[in-house]
Structure formats: C-alpha cells, structure tokens
Design a protein around this ligand. Structure first.
Ligand SMILES: Nc1ncnc2c1ncn2[C@@H]1O[C@H](COP(=O)(O)OS(=O)(=O)O)[C@@H](OP(=O)(O)O)[C@H]1O
Length: 477
C-alpha cells in the first residue's frame, strides 16, 4: 500500500510553437509549496506515521518518478526511473520565473499549464491537496475508495459566460475534442453547469465542498490513463458576474486557469434571457379585473415564494391569486413592459437599468465584467469571442479555441451539419437551436435597446476592437 504522497507535475512545454502563448508558463510554484509541507502526515492503521510526502515531476511526453514508488498509477503511466526530482522542485521554488526544464525537451502540443497528480488516500487528501495549494489542470488519484483507482483533474479552462451567449453549444463542441473532458457532475438545470464557485460562499465552505461536489463527481476521467493527455473543463455562465469574494476564491484555487468569455449582442442576449425566464415560468400577468395593474406583466423572480413577494412588493391589496402565468413564448411587448417597469409596478418611459429580474439587462455590461475578471486573471488567459462571430463560423471559432488552449488540432469540419433552422450544429448533439423560437423584437424597440447598451458596448472597444464589434453586432460605435 503506497502511503507516499505522489505529486507529478507536467511543466509547460519549453518549446512553444505559438509565441502568443509562450509567456504564460507558471513553473510549478504551487507544487513546490506542497513539498515543504510535511506536517500533515497520514497515520497508518496501527498508529504509526506514514513517511513524508515525496515529489516527482513529469512532463506530458516523458514521465519521471521516484523509483521508490510502486503504485499502480506509476506503473500505468509507464514512468521511467529518474533521480534528483525534489531538487528540481526546489529550484522552481527559489526561481519561480525561471524556465523549468526536466530532462530533454518534449515536443509540445498542449500548453495548458501545470499538470500534477496528487494521491488521495481513502478520500482524505494530504495537505498538498488543500484547495489553496492546487491549480488548474492538476489531477488526483485515489486508490481505496473504489475497486480500481480513480483519477480526476481540475479544470484547465472554464467557459464563464455570458449567459445565453451560446455557451452550451460551445461546451458541446469542445466536449468532443479528443483531448478534452467536460464536467459531468450532478446537474440541476440539465445544462451541465458546475456552478461551484457561484454557490460556494466562504473559504470554509469551499474547503469542505471542493472534492466531494466539484472534483470527484464532475471531473473523474473515464480511465486513469486518460490523465496523460486529457484536460477537463466546465462552463458556468454565472462566473462572468461573480463578485470579488467569489472570484478571489476561484482564483486562489485555480490561478493558472484559462477562461473563455462569449459575448452576444447585449440586446439579443437580454431578450433571450427574458425568454429563458418565461420558459421557466416566472412571468406573470395581473388578472384582477378593475385593478390599476390589471393585465400588467411582471417577472416574479425565483419561484415559488416569489409570487407572494411580488404581490407584497406591488402592494395595493394584491395576493398571489391575482396573477396568472404567461405561457412561453412571451412576446416582445411583454419584454418591453418588463424592462420599463419599476419594482413597485409604476411604468417608466425609459429602459431601466435595474428593471429585469435575474440581471437580464445588467448582464450585458460585459466591459465591467471583463475588467473584474482581469483583476485576477491575465488578459492573455481570457479568450473573448463574440457569439455572432462564433455562430457565423463555428468551425473557425472551435479552431481558435483550440489554438488558445494550445490543444492538438482537431478538425471539426466533418462533425457538423446545418440544421433545419439554418444553424451550423454538431452532429449527434442536441442543440438549443432545435427549441421552439420566439417572435423577434420589433425594429423600434430594438433600436431603443441598442441605444441603451451603446455606452457599455463602447467600453469594449479596447478589448474586442471597434471593427469587430461593428461588423458582428451591426452597431455604429
Ligand atoms: N449553432 C447556433 N447558432 C445560433 N444560435 C445558437 C446556436 N447554438 C445555440 N444558439 C443560441 O444560443 C442561446 C443559448 O445560449 P446558452 O447555451 O449560453 O444558454 S444558457 O446560458 O446556457 O442558458 C440560444 O439563443 P436563443 O434561441 O436566442 O434563446 C440558442 O438558440
């Protein structure tokens, strides 16, 4: 029984064919931290104490290990004996910015950064596996919890949004890449979203949840050997609008993460968002005859308590019985009413920033959201794509995403077809474009809405470029 904590790390390839990505190496700093930590030794059954963790490093092509290790994981990886591995990590620790080379230079194909494997015994992680000492792409192996060892890898990248910007489709496309494995944990929405960092509200909660709710259910690879060349990812559009405390936790746990942000024209996104809410049954009409709000439409927010809250908010002696649900699809007139109504039910002649529930308008303030992400993640690590650009040439966008990740090229051309509604979709994958559509916004209101978003869209010019925004969003900046 191996009680040694095994830490394998594949450093980023030293010969990088893509110069845009070559500055992104982070040489093993988190792994090196784990090396020092011998204070948390795992007790053996008889009360004796296991030896301190030992460390080995590997790269993607050549695997190295400490010959003292004899676990099945080591055998499976076809690890060749190598010495002085701890010395290598010590060098990385004292010179964190120095290029880190182990053995001969590999032929690089994947540029996602750190790649490490921690051994977890009986589900109890050693201190190397503290969420504050891991990183994006790091893998964990456990031997005892199942008859065979199980390997799970933290995400190397995340599609962070925006909501209704084609994130599910992008996830589906990336999910068929032979080197990628998408999050497969329990889903509450059917959308396959982890929602881990958006539903974890403190450090202590993250420490309790990260293995049981995120790592093991979502990122366990089909077979351990897949950790050799498979990288995991997830998509959660809510991450695009996380506040600082949530983002700080995400960054502290996954500092080398790459992010993909899809930005859809904010007017189209907002209307799609509203239809999404309408489909979920949160849109209601006041049906009390003779009442001043009779036939007015409201978004009740998150059900079921929300209807009573809505009635209270509107006052005027309304009760939940005075409302009837508006069936999907809602109409453009419903949307216009929602985004021009104050919370107390008073109509405005202006579009109101705070009006729509769920942030249907606020979520279109992409520049602000990206600026917040850039406080924690370097802009080179955030790929920003326009949804319209992606949908116009999905194959090209998929290829751009692969280049950004530094993944081996996978040709999507033969895996797509144009569906009945004229959308390019993936073969054998249900697409949201198959769902019933809704009536488009009328030109006049659409123009008002575009105007409402214009100052926010202008702020995107330094990030996305004016020509691209004007071309794909068909706006005049
Ligand atoms: N291939 C293709 N071409 C054009 N449009 C497409 C495509 N795939 C998805 N979509 C549209 O993307 C919208 C759903 O976005 P998301 O998957 O991000 O939604 S969600 O946030 O996960 O709920 C949703 O938009 P609306 O139909 O306007 O609601 C989808 O129809």
């Amino acid at each position: 029984m191996a009680f040694l904590a095994l830490v394998l790390s594949a450093h980023r390839a030293s010969q990088d064919p893509n110069p845009n990505l070559s500055n992104s190496a982070t040489p093993l700093r988190r792994v090196a931290l784990g090396l020092d930590d011998t204070g948390d030794l795992l007790p053996e059954a008889g009360g004796a104490v296991a030896p301190p963790p030992r460390v080995a490093f590997v790269d993607k092509q050549h695997h190295y290990h400490d010959p003292a290790l004899d676990g099945p994981w080591a055998a499976r990886l076809d690890i060749r004996p190598e010495t002085s591995l701890c010395a290598v990590s010590a060098a990385a620790m004292t010179e964190p910015q120095a290029p880190h080379r182990v053995g001969r230079a590999p032929t690089p194909t994947i540029h996602l950064r750190t790649r490490s494997v921690f051994e977890v015994l009986d589900g109890r992680a050693n201190t190397c596996a503290s969420p504050w000492r891991v990183d994006a792409g790091i893998c964990f192996v456990r031997y005892r919890a199942t008859p065979n060892e199980q390997v799970a890898c933290l995400p190397s990248f995340i599609i962070v949004g925006a909501m209704k910007a084609g994130t599910a489709e992008a996830q589906g496309w990336l999910g068929i890449h032979p080197n990628l494995y998408r999050w497969k944990g329990l889903v509450d929405s059917g959308a396959g979203e982890a929602k881990f960092f958006s539903t974890t509200h403190s450090k202590a909660q993250l420490e309790t949840r990260w293995q049981s709710d995120y790592l093991w259910p979502g990122f366990s690879l089909p077979q351990p050997s897949a950790a050799r060349d498979m990288y995991t990812f997830e998509k959660t559009p809510r991450y695009m609008v996380l506040d600082d405390p949530h983002l700080i936790r995400m960054h502290e746990m996954l500092p080398s993460l790459k992010l993909v942000a899809l930005l859809r024209h904010p007017s189209a996104r907002a209307y799609s968002h509203f239809q999404h809410r309408c489909r979920r049954g949160t849109v209601f009409r006041c049906q009390r005859p003779g009442h001043p709000l009779h036939n007015h439409v409201f978004d009740a927010g998150d059900l079921p308590q929300s209807l009573a809250a809505l009635a209270r908010r509107l006052g005027q002696s309304l009760s939940p019985r005075d409302f009837v649900r508006v069936p999907h699809p809602c109409t453009p007139a419903h949307f216009e009413e929602i985004v021009t109504t104050f919370p107390n039910g008073t109509r405005s002649n202006r579009i109101l920033y705070q009006a729509a529930e769920g942030g249907a308008l606020r979520r279109g303030h992409y520049a602000m959201q990206l600026r917040r992400l850039y406080q924690y993640y370097r802009s080179e690590d955030v790929l920003v794509l326009l949804t319209e650009e992606m949908f116009q040439d999905f194959v090209g966008a998929a290829h751009e995403m692969q280049r950004f990740m530094g993944l081996p090229f996978f040709n999507y051309t033969h895996h797509t077809h144009v569906n009945e509604r004229g959308f390019t979709v993936l073969n054998d994958l249900a697409s949201k474009t198959d769902k019933a559509g809704y009536e488009p916004l009328g030109d006049a209101f659409r123009a008002r809405l575009d105007n409402f978003f214009l100052p926010w869209s202008r702020q995107l010019i330094p990030i996305v470029g004016q020509a691209r925004l004007e071309r794909y969003w068909k706006i005049q900046l």
